[in-house]
Design a protein around this ligand. Sequence first.
Ligand SMILES: [Zn+2]
Length: 344
Amino acid sequence: MGFGIGNSSSAMTDFLRQSGGYAVIDGGLATELERHGADLNDPLWSAKCLISSPHLIKTVHLDYLEAGADIIITASYQATIQGFESKGMSRDEGEALLKRSVEIACEARDTYYERCAEHHLSEGIKNDKILKKRPILVAASVGSYGAYLADGSEYDGNYGDAVTLSTLKEFHRRRVQVLAEAGPDLIAFETIPNKLEAQAFAELLEEDGINIPAWFAFNSKDGVNVVSGDSVIECASIAESCEKAIAVGINCTPPRFIRGLILSIQKVTTKPILIYPNSGETYDPDRKQWVQSTGVSDEDFVSYVSKWREYGASLIGGCCRTTPNTIKAIYKTLKSPADSPSQL
Ligand SMILES: [Zn+2]
C-alpha cells in the first residue's frame, strides 16, 4: 500500500516538508539491472526483467534506498499492455506484470524498513549504507508513447500526424488505470517529448478511477525546448493547470541544460520542480546504445546539485547511466545539515 501522500495539490509540498525541504529521487534502472547480470537487449528493455528476474529489480530498488533515495520509480517505463501482447502474452498477463512492477517496489520499501528497524542506528548510516526510516514514495513510471515504439522517438518527439490526442489517451489509458490501482503513491510521467502527450496525460488524470496524483517530467536536448521543439514553458504550463500534477520538471536530459530549464519552468509553475538528468551521454537510436562522448563523471554531476537547488529544484535524482553512487552523492549534498538553508 502507498505511503498515503493523498492526492491534494499540496501532497508533494507536504512530503517535501517531512523530508527536510528536499527529496532524493533514485537513479538509472537499466544500467544497474545490467550490472547485476540482466540482459536487456529487447524492445521491452527494463520491463523484460519483470518477467525474467523480478528479484533483480527489487535488489536495485533496495540499492537506491540504501543510497538515500526518498522516491523509487517502478520498472514500468517501457512496460505497456501493447508491448507485452506483442510478446504473445494475453491482456490479463500484461496487466498482471504492470501491477507486479508496483508490488516489487512496495516490497523493496517494506524490506528496507525492516532493515532500518533491525539496525536501530542513531545516525542512520552503516557501512556507507543509509538505513534511516523516513517517508518513502513509490512512483509508478509511465514512459511516453515513444518509449513503447522503442525506436528512440521519445528523444525526438515526432510521432507523425497520424498520432492525435485521442490516440495517445487511448494508448495510455488502461496502463495508467492498472498502475494507479496497484497502490503506488503517484504516477511518474517520464520523458514526455511534446505538448500533445502532456495534454493526454493531464486529461487522463482527470478521468474516473484515477485516484492518485502524478508528476510530469519532460526531456530536452537544447536547454530551451522539449525534444520535439515545443516550448518547455508551454509544456510546464499544461502540468501547472492540471490539478492532480504535484510536481513538474525534467528527466533524461544532459546536466549542462538543466539550469536554463529550471529557470524557464519556474516562470510558470507554483508546484515543486523535479529534475533527474541523465549522465550527459547521448542515446543513439540506430545503434540502440549510449554514446559516451559528452558524459560527465559522478563528481561533475554532483557539482551541479547545489546549483540546481539554488535555482529552485527541490526533488533531484538521476536518469539513464546514473548509479547508486550518483544518488549517494546527491543525498549527501541535499541532506547535509551544514549545507541546509534552514541552518542559515
Ligand atoms: Zn533516462
